[in-house]
Design a protein around this ligand. Sequence first.
Ligand SMILES: [Zn+2]
Ligand SMILES: [Zn+2]
Length: 130
Amino acid sequence: MAMSSLEGGRLEENRRFTHINELFTCHYCGQNVLPLKTGCRNHCPSCLSSQHVDDYPGDRANSCHGQLSAYSYSINSKKGLVLHFVCERCGKEGNNKAACDDPLQPDDYQKILSLGCQGERKKKRTTTRF
Ligand SMILES: [Zn+2]
Ligand SMILES: [Zn+2]
């Protein structure tokens, strides 16, 4: 009668490999950046920079690796606050939703405001409804 102790060992192991959300360290300011619970953050909440590695978000298909710096923001009626980036190496522009409402590590709101708003679109309302 051989009672295997493997099962117990395996359970232990599984417990050790609980899902850990990926954390990355900002290339530019050294900030440890926590992942967003909702959505996808590709920029550092502290210095608002990211690295130009994607053609499309998350695909890591671009070999530029230049610094994408936020240079302005705008207000999108669906997404809210959107940051605009430009790559300092190749000049490609892009944008990413800001994460000012992230409970763990919100984007630096003051820093975003200091960039200056661009292209804010306000819908004219002719009537005010209550
Ligand atoms: Zn940073
Ligand atoms: Zn680039």
